[in-house]
Design a protein around this ligand. Structure first.
Ligand code: G3H
Ligand code: 13P
Ligand code: ZN
Length: 332
């Protein structure tokens, strides 16, 4: 029994199992053996969550629901937790008893990870990748030691993605050094490792005129040193040009947006990469649908009339990723 964070000072035990959630251990073991990756989709509101669940039930895919610190601030952490519990019930109602994990995305302190472990998350990421190696090891190890008795799985990160990760901004990629991975995994005891091989967050992943290519050679080196160990790719949106076009044709201004080619993600998913994080593509799908409705029907002011199509577009995008990029369809 352990306390939940916030109930008028009263202590109340909440475990992720009571919410109907699972950790990522079995999902990852099956994904590595089966040569596919689990979708890790971020959510901040009801429509995003509905779209994720509908897509995963319709395709029979396991799923990792990701919550960032920004999402916790935006939507309220208590609400998000019970939305995840609602998602489990909603999936069953739709006829799919799929494995669902609730994961903290980019936890930036021991305290934040602890609070998530204490309040029903089944998995947490501790991201100390911007800090010196020894500090990364020390804090990650501390999170693993706290999470272990509750059987909450922990993702660590080595290497720095270019662009913005929460409040930290990096000009250039600092690729994961393959010679560090064994030491990091052994010393910390993490269940999975996020690596930097040229992916990055947001809609501008490659500079105009440069080749959109990730370092699959570094991935291969890492896999050689950690055979069978779950690897995670962040920043894996593909920024579909057709969505960027709809946005720009309907009053948007996204210039030079470029993502990771799906073919490269497909190759990664077939190897030990067993969790692929996708957020920006969902943002684009929603924004494109909303802009289109509001542009074409300027008198519309019922949020359901633009959030409904946005939810539908999001669901189709998620299904496409599962069926054609990650290969997790039918693996629930
Ligand atoms: O890693 C970044 C994710 O896309 C979450 O983004 O921090 O704006 O919620 P956010
Ligand atoms: P994208 O910005 O490429 O969708 O990456 C999302 C992510 O890595 C969340 O942690
Ligand atoms: Zn990320």
């Amino acid at each position: 029994m352990r306390p939940s964070s916030n109930l008028k000072g009263q202590e109340m035990a909440i475990t992720y199992r009571e919410l109907g959630l699972v950790n990522t251990r079995e999902m990852f073991a099956k994904a590595i053996g089966g040569g596919y990756a689990i979708p890790a989709y971020n959510f901040n509101n009801m429509e995003q969550l509905q779209a994720i669940i509908m897509a995963c039930v319709e395709t029979g895919s396991p799923v990792i629901l990701q919550v960032s610190s920004g999402a916790r601030k935006y939507a309220n952490e208590t609400l998000l937790r019970y939305m995840a519990q609602g998602a489990v019930e909603y999936a069953k109602e739709l006829g799919g008893d799929i494995p669902i994990a609730l994961h903290l995305d980019h936890g930036n302190s021991f305290e934040l990870c602890k609070s998530c472990v204490d309040s029903g998350f089944s998995s947490v990421m501790i991201d100390m990748s911007h800090e010196p190696y020894d500090e990364n090891v020390a804090v990650t190890k501390k999170v693993v030691e706290y999470a272990r008795p509750f059987d909450v799985t922990v993702e660590g990160e080595l290497g720095v993605l270019a662009g913005k990760e929460d409040d930290v901004e990096a000009e250039e990629h600092v690729y994961t050094q393959p010679e560090e991975v064994e030491d990091f995994v052994t010393k910390t005891g993490v269940d999975s490792l996020a690596i930097a091989i040229g992916t990055s967050h947001g809609a501008y992943k490659f500079k105009p005129g440069t080749k959109a290519e990730i370092r699959l050679d570094i991935l291969e080196e890492i896999i050689k040193r950690l055979p069978g160990f779950p690897i995670v790719l962040h920043g894996s949106s593909s920024i579909p040009p057709e969505l960027v076009k709809i946005i720009n044709e309907n009053g948007g201004a996204l210039k030079d947006a470029v993502g990771i080619p799906e073919e490269q993600l497909r190759m990664a998913a077939k190897s030990a990469v067993c969790k692929i994080n996708i957020d920006s593509d969902g943002r684009l799908a929603m924004t494109a649908a909303i802009r289109k409705v509001l542009n074409e029907k300027p008198s519309e002011f019922d949020p359901r009339k633009y959030l409904g199509p946005a939810r539908e577009a999001l669901k189709e995008l998620y299904k496409h990723k599962i069926n054609n990029v990650l290969g997790s369809n039918g693996k629930a």
